[in-house]
Each structure stands twice: as C-alpha cells, then as structure tokens.
Design a protein around this ligand. Structure first.
Ligand code: UD1
Ligand code: CA
Length: 458
C-alpha cells in the first residue's frame, strides 16, 4: 500500500558569508576567493540550488556590493540579509530570521567558506529531519582535528559540540569534528537559536550550541557523516589551495569518465564549467579558464591556455596557443604553435599554423593564415575588425591594419601591410619592391677585407 501523499516539505538554505576572513590577508572578502574559476560563495550557492532549496538566504557583511553582485549572478532569487556585527554563527543565522518563521520548512545552514559540499551531501544532511530529528549535524573523523569544533558523544548519542577554544584536554582528544553545516527542522529552529548564549571563550553566539540545547529538550539530534576532504573549510590560502586541488581532482575525474583523455591529468587545470566532449585528447600542461566548451574529437596540445572559447568538433590546436575573449573555431579548424586568438571566429577548416595574432577577426572557411600574420586591431583608443573571406590566403609576415576586409579567395603577398580592402580573388602586395645589384656583395666584402688589413687585422 502506498502511504497517503504528504506535501513535500520545502527546503530553505541559509548561507553564512559575513566577514573578511582575516587569515586570508586579502582586500577581497573570503567568500569571493575563487576555486576552479568560481567564487567559494558561487560553489555553495550552486550546491544548495542543486539540492532543491526553494528559498535561499545569504547573510553577508552590510554594504558589500561585490558580494551582493555575486549572489545576484549565482542565485538570482536569493535574499540577502546584512549582519552588522560579526557576533558568531548563531547570531548570523538569526540575521535571516525572516526566513525561519515558516515552521513547515526544513532549514539547512551552509557556510560560504566550505565550498566542497555537494548537493547530495546537503540532501543527506536534510534527510533525518523527515524521520523526526530536530537537528542534524555534518561531521567527519580527522586524525588532525585542531581548529574544528568537536562532536561529543556518549555511545551512539550526541551530547554537544565543543569549540576548540572551549574544549578541555580530554575533549580536544576527540577526533569527530563538526563540519559546521547543520540541518534544523523549521518547527524548532527559532526556539533553539533564540536560546543560544555567548558565554564562551570567544564571546560569540555559536550555532553548534543548538545541539546541546536540543538534547536538553529531549529532541532528537543526528550526526550525518561526511568525508574530511569534502568538509574542508577555507580559512587561509593554504586551505584555499587544498580545496582547489580537491575540486580539480573531481573535475579531471569527471572529464575522463565523460570520454576525454587527459594524458597527464595532474597537469591539466579545469574550470567549474569546462565541457570536454568524447574523444577529446588533452596533452600535458593545459589550463582551461572559465567559459570553455570543447566538442567531440578535438585535440588540445601541450601548453595551451583557453578562456571563453568554443572548439567545434575535430579542431586541433597547439602546442602553445592562447585563446580568449570569445574565440570560436568551427569544425576542423587548426591552430599551430604560438597562435593567439581574441574575439575571433574561424570558419570550418581554416588554419593558422604558426606565430599569429588574430584579434577581433572573422576568418572564413578554409582560409589559410601564414606564419607571423598579425591583425592590427587596436589604434591606441578603439578596436577594429578584420574580415578574411573563405579560402583567402594570407602570406607570411603580413600585417592587416583594421578595419579591413580581405575578400573570398584573395591572396595577400608575404610581408604586406594591408591598409585597404582587398576584393575577392584579387592579389594585394604592399611592401617595398625588391632591387637586385649583381656582384655588389663580392665587391663590398673585398673592400672591407682591405680595410681590415690596413688596420693590422683588427
Ligand atoms: C566553524 C564551527 C566549528 C566547525 C568549523 C568547520 C562555529 C562556532 N564553529 O568554525 O565548530 O568545526 O566551522 O569549518 O560555528 N560567519 C558569519 N557571521 C559570523 C560568524 C561566521 O557569517 O558572525 C560565517 C563565516 O563567513 C563563515 C562561517 O560563518 O563562512 C563559519 O565561520 P568561521 O568563523 O569560519 O567558523 P570556524 O571558526 O571555522
Ligand atoms: Ca571556517
């Protein structure tokens, strides 16, 4: 028999993001530091949205427009609540009191400085509430628990969480650590939070004190386990680098399981949004910045650096290329070594094999761009476009002074400086005419050797 349908409880997420994080030694608020090209706050907001949070509240330092803009970008529906004074994690949660007044909701508290928690873990943390728990805490075992709050238990019962600063030596020996995140049933959240005091070593209102208060009320408290690596908090730049490494490992693994070959995965750096298709081969030492999509069958050779770039199927690039500012290569296009593209579009099968800068440029299908070609797109004030038609041939070491158009099938002679449009199927040559003087070098050499002899051979 199927149980009677109860309306699913909605999920509210409160993300704590106030404070600079002094140990970061930065002008930037801690939660705006980036991991795999996305802010820590962005990672957390993405995870709570993926976990199905219908309502999201972010507690932030007042007046931080950079934080507000990031919240608007990553979670447009989220409400922002200012916490004027940083008086502790429980005080911060109460800054979002307005979203706690719905007793039928489940509430999860996330930290803006704990960016590796997955959507799945938020769902596991919430799950005990459906079975009647008032509080669920996320905890991990660590051989090196220094700095974390300790989860104090008696048998299988949770008693309290003790912050490091307040812990006795015996409590400090406990290795079960509080990951910081918590789920609270909407029914009890406000009452529990309202009772938390600040009588402790830091003089702060500690969110983890909700555990002892719930236990004293006879309410059920559950510990939900998580891996230490996933619970990694970021309080300084060393921990930031550890979190970065963890996310890189995840991204590389999912790229490889998705059908891309990373020959030396530990040397390839991906962004949170990098998409690599099937049978993509990435050679060692490649950096993918934000906004890169690589379609099936592409080869990215060693030492490439890509941001904001689309490679359509079977494109081959590198080694040593730099693509940025909305670069698009259509099917079968090729770039060789030392080529840079910025805001440039190459049609199917177009090629630039060596030493080239193409900026603000449109390159038609199967055009061939010779070695050393430069689009002179900037006049010191404005940027201008270069259009190169399908099948055009640009001879080596040419400068194309934009705005300029080279028509379909046209030729540009090597070493030209092209300032005027070249019609389709025409040839343009724009360089000094060659002069040849027979015997000149031989006579010159003889004269120079005679001069040297007069000077005694020096
Ligand atoms: C917290 C937990 C600790 C846990 C650890 C896990 C408390 C009191 N301690 O310690 O048990 O082991 O996380 O990483 O909760 N914040 C505010 N306003 C405040 C205080 C904090 O918004 O007034 C935010 C911070 O921006 C941060 C998060 O809450 O994102 C955690 O604060 P933090 O000071 O880093 O707590 P920890 O000392 O790491
Ligand atoms: Ca922290």
């Amino acid at each position: 028999m199927t149980p009677p349908a109860t309306p699913p409880r909605s999920l509210t997420a409160i993300v704590l993001a106030a404070g600079k994080g002094t140990r970061m030694r930065s002008d930037l608020p801690k939660v705006l530091h980036r991991i795999a090209g996305r802010t820590m706050l962005g990672h957390v907001l993405a995870a709570v949205q993926a976990a199905g949070a219908g309502r999201i509240a972010v507690v932030a330092e007042p007046g931080r427009e950079d934080v507000a803009a990031e919240i608007a970008r990553e979670a447009p529906g989220a409400q922002v609540f200012p916490q004027a004074e940083r008086l502790g994690t429980a005080h911060a949660v109460l800054a979002a009191r307005a979203v706690l007044e719905t007793p039928d909701d489940d509430v999860v508290i996330a930290f803006g400085d704990t960016p590796l928690i997955s959507a799945e873990t938020f769902l596991r943390l919430r799950a005990p509430l459906a079975d009647g728990a008032a509080v669920a805490v996320l905890a991990f075992e660590s051989p090196n628990p220094t700095g974390y709050g300790r989860v104090l238990t008696e048998g299988s019962r949770v008693l309290a969480i003790r912050e490091e600063k307040d812990a006795s030596p015996a409590e400090r020996a406990v290795t079960l650590c509080n990951a910081g995140l918590m789920a609270l049933s909407g029914q009890h959240a406000l009452t529990l939070l309202g009772r938390i005091g600040n009588d402790n070593a830091a003089g702060e209102y500690y969110l983890p004190d909700a555990v002892a208060l719930a236990v004293a009320e006879g309410l059920s408290v559950t510990v939900v386990p998580v891996d230490e690596a996933e619970a990694q908090g970021v309080n300084d730049r060393v921990q930031l680098s550890i979190a970065e490494a963890a996310i890189q490992a995840r991204l590389r693994r999912s790229a490889m399981l998705g059908g891309a070959t990373l020959i030396a995965p530990e040397t390839v750096f991906l962004s949170h949004d990098t998409i690599l298709g099937r049978d993509v081969v990435v050679e060692p030492h490649v950096v993918f910045g934000p906004g890169v999509r690589v379609a099936d069958g592409c080869t990215v050779r060693a030492f490439a650096h890509l941001t904001d770039t689309v490679l359509e199927a079977h494109v081959r690039i590198g080694p040593f290329v730099r693509l940025r500012g909305h670069a698009v290569l259509e099917t079968g296009a090729e770039l060789g070594n030392f080529v840079e593209l910025k805001n440039a579009h190459m049609g199917p099968g177009a090629k630039a094999a060596h030493l080239t800068y193409l900026g603000d440029a449109e390159i038609g299908a199967k055009a061939n761009i010779g070695a050393g070609t430069i689009t002179c797109n900037y006049d010191g004030v404005l940027k201008h476009r270069t259009n190169i038609g399908a099948g055009a041939f640009i001879g080596s070491n040419s400068a194309l002074v934009a705005p300029v158009t080279v028509g379909e099938g046209a030729y540009v002679a090597s070493g030209s400086v092209i300032t005027d449009d070249v019609p389709a199927d025409a040839m343009a040559v724009a360089r000094g005419r060659q002069a040849v003087k027979p015997g000149w070098a031989k006579l010159k050499r003889a004269a120079l050797l005679a001069e040297k002899a007069l000077r005694g051979g020096r």
